[in-house]
Design a protein around this ligand. Structure first.
Ligand code: FBP
Length: 544
């Protein structure tokens, strides 16, 4: 099929690299590191990969390297820029020796275990440069955790002469990368494992990782859609739009989109938890804003809802913790197997504490059912399947009806529902993500060439021009602590939630009262948002 001019221009874009990666490098080592929590336990679990130093690459001398083969896996949810990590790694590997080869394992970690792979060539890679999606080799959520899987993996890695494996994933997949690196190091198998920070959710970040790739593009994509809805909303002036945004647990996406689009309401799960708000408190908060706007004659607006909200309402969080325990078979540590979904729900309901059962049964039937059903392979509730936007709007409608009967409200409430998630995960990467991802992949080739294993590829200083970015590696064990998963304490990378004392949240909190009463901004363009915030005041006046 003929490509559009935009596709041709996008394919021709040459992503930028940090200056340090533009020629030969030398690895500078920092001091020994420690895990973020449970140091003694994590050290005992990862004796071969614990405590390694942070690495920074600087310009070095050209060395000749023998050809070497590398494998790559895309793991978990799609995020814009994955193809550029692969093309960066491909170019990096070839730049060290043009006879080196890059193999891609198909459909996620399962491809390694089941020996399904492809070899990349120039023509193959060129088709995918600067494009969104993970379709070049597909992705999957198989959890790499069993010895049989590691052993099956080493068979194919040896057969293909692969010296290093790069796993592109979020916190769970990079935890698995770390476990695999430790296993291969302990067994002296001579295969290095390198991780790469991916997830639109933005929750894989810390002192060493500035952002996970895909977050930038996903937020820009959602913000454009929200801006379009807000313009429609301002034009028709008859709907309240309830918009759920992907992001699993953390509310980074909702917060970023709120900063870009200025909705009337944006809930931040971390704040809901900190203030110990009940579901009714959340509903009252939204209903109050709807009523205040109605009092000004404005029966329209927008509400942003983070996907994971429900898990942060303290009573529901407590319920989910017990559900997770009940759904795990204590003898195997694996999920219990049930004959049918109905049987599973019945079992759960007869095995949880009365107070949790009361909370469960107070929820609408479809939410109740989803909470009782299967987790993803990493033990997470599948929050993307819970229709929180509909749950909240139905409860707000009930509250407004009550206020109407009490003479406290006299507006019209017509909700519309949206869920923006999959729309943003495979968008063409922004220039930031295109450059960042290409650099992460290219940088991974330098970590491999320097013999590193158990490291995550990191690129820092990314608010500066790309040439000034800092490239290097961080030991994955440094980001780990112990958390309860599937009924047992497990080593996992600590998730970064929205910091309520951080600048982005504080800025949002300082503006939200004004935003709640203004007509929603009709732009997703942050550069224009400062002016559009003023214009709606006129709209409000005109409505009176
Ligand atoms: P990762 O953490 O693997 O990057 O996935 C993120 C995510 O997009 C979440 O925002 C969302 O809850 C989940 O994936 C949806 O999963 P699935 O693609 O399996 O429906």
């Amino acid at each position: 099929m003929k490509k559009s001019a935009l596709q041709v221009a996008r394919a021709a874009y040459q992503p930028k690299l940090p200056r340090a990666l533009q020629g030969p490098v030398v690895a500078k080592e920092g001091a020994a590191t420690q895990s973020v929590g449970n140091q003694e336990e994590i050290k005992a679990m990862f004796p071969n990969t614990y405590g390694m130093p942070v690495i920074t690459f600087e310009a070095g001398e050209q060395k000749t390297l023998e050809p070497f083969n590398v494998g790559i896996i895309l793991s978990g949810g799609q995020a814009p820029g994955g193809h550029n990590v692969i093309s960066g790694l491909y170019d990096g590997v070839k730049s060290l020796n043009k006879n080196s080869k890059l193999y891609g394992f198909l459909m996620g970690p399962g491809g390694l275990v089941d020996h399904k792979y492809v070899e990349f060539t120039d023509e193959f890679i060129d088709e995918y440069r600067n494009t969104g999606g993970f379709d070049i080799i597909g992705s999957g959520r198989t959890k790499l955790e069993k010895t049989e899987q590691f052993e099956s993996g080493i068979e194919i890695l040896r057969k293909l002469g692969i010296k290093a494996l790069v796993i592109i994933g979020g916190d769970d997949s990079n935890t698995n990368a770390c476990v695999l690196a430790e296993y291969y190091a302990a067994k002296n198998y001579g295969v290095q494992v390198i991780g790469c920070p991916k997830t639109i959710d933005g929750d894989l970040k810390n002192d060493q990782i500035e952002t996970s790739f895909g977050f930038d593009t996903a937020c820009k994509t959602y913000s454009e859609l929200i801006g379009n809805i807000q313009r429609d909303c301002n034009s028709a002036r008859k709907y309240w739009h309830f918009i759920k945004l992907m992001g699993r647990s953390a509310s980074h996406i909702a917060l970023e989109c709120a900063l870009e689009t200025q909705p009337n309401v944006c809930l931040i799960s971390e704040e809901v938890e900190q203030k110990a708000m009940s579901l009714d408190d959340v509903v009252t908060y939204i209903a109050k804003i709807v009523a205040d706007r109605a009092a000004e004659g404005n029966n329209f607006g927008t509400v942003l809802i983070p996907e994971g909200l429900i898990e942060f309402i303290p009573a529901i969080k407590k319920l989910i913790a017990e559900l997770n325990e009940v759904l795990t078979d204590p003898t195997t540590g694996e999920s219990r197997v049930f004959g049918s979904k109905d049987e599973q729900v019945k079992f759960v309901k007869s095995n949880i504490a009365p107070d949790n059962l009361a909370v469960l049964e107070s929820l609408p039937k479809d939410v109740e059912r989803q909470l009782c059903l299967d987790r993803d392979p990493h033990g997470n509730v599948q929050v993307s399947l819970i229709e929180t936007e509909k749950l909240l709007s139905a409860m707000v409608a009930m509250k407004l009806d009550k206020w109407k009967q009490e003479g406290k409200y006299n507006g019209k409430f017509a909700p519309q529902h949206h869920f923006f998630g999959y729309e943003g995960r495979c968008a063409a990467p922004s220039n930031y993500d295109a450059d960042y991802c290409y650099s992460l992949g290219y940088n991974a080739s330098r970590l491999i060439a320097n013999g590193k294993t158990g490291y995550m590829s990191v690129i820092k200083n990314t608010t500066a021009p790309a040439a000034e970015w800092i490239a290097g590696g961080v030991p994955i064990t440094m980001m780990m602590n112990l958390e309860r998963r599937n009924g047992a304490m497990k080593p996992v990378i600590r998730k970064a939630l929205v910091e309520l004392d951080g600048a982005p949240f504080k800025f949002f909190a300082s503006k939200r009262e004004d935003m709640s009463i203004l007509a929603p901004s009709s732009t997703g363009d942050p550069a224009r948002s400062a002016t559009s915030a003023r214009r709606p005041l006129l709209l409000n006046k005109a409505n009176k």
